[in-house]
Each structure stands twice: as C-alpha cells, then as structure tokens.
Design a protein around this ligand. Structure first.
Ligand SMILES: [Zn+2]
Length: 257
C-alpha cells in the first residue's frame, strides 16, 4: 500500500474513500486516515496538519501518523509539502523532489521510535532513491537540500541568507522528523516540495506572509495532487531498495506494526 501525507492546503485526496480511525501507541494521527484507490494501487491518506489545519508544524503527531500508515499496510510514503525557495530560480509554483535534508528543528520533537536499545538507522540518504525516481515527473526539479526549521515563524533575512550560503535550496517546517520516522519503520519515503514563496533573504520586500503562502498553495494544489497521483502510479510494486533492510541484524526493542 502507498501512503500520502498531505501538507498545508492538501487536506483531502479522494472523492469516495473509506475512513479509518486508527489509534497508535503514540496517540491518534493528525486526522482520520482515508483509504482509496489511485492508479490501481490502494492508497492511504493522512492530512499532516489535520483536516482543518489544527496541528502547527511543531505539534504534528509525526510518530502517530507514520505508525498508523504502517499498521494499515503502507510501505511507501509520498510526502507533499510546502516550502520556501532559497534560490531565485526556485520561484513559486516550482515542484522539487529533494535529495537531502538538514535538521534545524529545536523543540525536542519526538524523532525516534527507539527510546531504548541500540538502534541507529542509516540516514546518509534520507529519501528512498526508488520512490524519488517515481516522484520525478515531467516539470519537477531533481534534487536539492531542504533545511527544516522549527517554525511556526518564518526565517529572518539573515537566517535565510545563511541557509542559501550553505548551498541549501529549500526551507520547510515538517520534513523532519517525518523522513527519519519512516526510515525507522522500514518504509520508503520521498518528499515532493511545492515552492510557495521565495524566502525572506532571496527577495527584497515585506518577507514571507502566511496568507500569501496559503494562497500560492491553493493555486497549485490540483497540480500537486496530479503529480502525486503520477508518483503513486510509478511507485515500484516490488521494493528492491535498502529501506527494506534498515534493521537487518539488529534486535529491535519494539515490534513494528
Ligand atoms: Zn525504499
């Protein structure tokens, strides 16, 4: 089964879908999980911020969302999200499939399922190469580093310029710990990032305003859904990637659902 975690503005995915109320050892997911069919694949969808955007980035129940998806049978997760562009050429409406991330979150978000035992996952390449390949549709940008900030505020100009000077290309508030939690559950994960604005350090002017971000997302959400549908259709039906073998040879203190 393929999972989709919808970001800001991406609160539903199917017309007619079965709704599953799933509970997890980490509490309830952000919202009801809906299960439907896309391109002949069964897909489970959860809105990352809840159906009415009730969970800000630092309060998203990331562990519950990933656990719920896996317990329903999901093994590949496509994760659309809103991002700011740190490069002038990555303007609003651009869709990027990043290949790296940098964690700049700070609130002590729960970022592991393994609070006991010696479990350390390989995270050199945070995204599944095979699922990334499926997400690379015509018109998308291949690769880039997404820096994940704590939020919910946007960056200062100095922070934004500093991020860009490091060679990072996108800024976001939810990509961590989502990606590593998927890795810990041996699920493939690929982010699909929609640029909603040029970040504060790139563009002179008033800086980033939430109202503009949501408006830009609204203009592009149908295009983004179409891209996600194509990614679902292209997702490998058989997994041959290293995501399947993350915990090989390790005795886990918990049983994966
Ligand atoms: Zn994989």
């Amino acid at each position: 089964m393929v999972g989709v975690i919808g970001g800001s503005g991406f609160y539903s995915f199917f017309e007619d879908a079965a709704e599953h109320v799933v509970d997890t050892p980490y509490g309830a997911p952000s919202g009801p999980v809906t299960v439907g069919e896309v391109a002949g694949r069964t897909v489970a969808f959860v809105p990352r911020h809840g159906r009415h955007h009730e969970h800000p980035p630092h309060q998203v129940p990331y562990r519950a969302n990933l656990w719920a998806l896996r317990s329903l049978g999901v093994r590949q997760v496509i994760a659309p999200c809103a991002v700011g562009g740190l490069l002038p050429e990555l303007g609003p409406g651009t869709v990027v499939v990043p290949d790296q991330l940098v964690d700049r979150t700070s609130s002590g978000r729960a970022q592991t399922f393994f609070d006991t035992g010696g479990v350390h996952v390989d995270f050199a390449d945070p995204y599944c190469p095979d699922l990334r390949a499926a997400a690379l549709q015509p018109g998308t940008v291949d690769g880039g580093t997404m820096v994940v900030v704590e939020g919910p505020r946007f960056s200062t100009r100095a922070e934004s310029r500093w991020f860009a000077a490091q060679g990072w290309s996108l800024v976001n508030m939810t990509g961590h710990p989502e990606a590593v939690l998927a890795r810990e559950l041996e699920m493939c994960y690929a982010a699909v990032a929609l640029v909603t604005d040029l970040d504060a350090g790139v563009e002179a002017g008033a800086g980033v305003r939430a109202v503009d971000v949501f408006a830009e997302f609204g203009r592009n959400v149908e295009k983004l859904k179409e891209l996600v549908r194509s990614a679902v259709a292209a997702a490998p039906r058989q997994r041959d990637c290293t995501c399947v073998h993350v915990h090989d040879g390790v005795s886990l203190p918990i049983t994966l659902p």
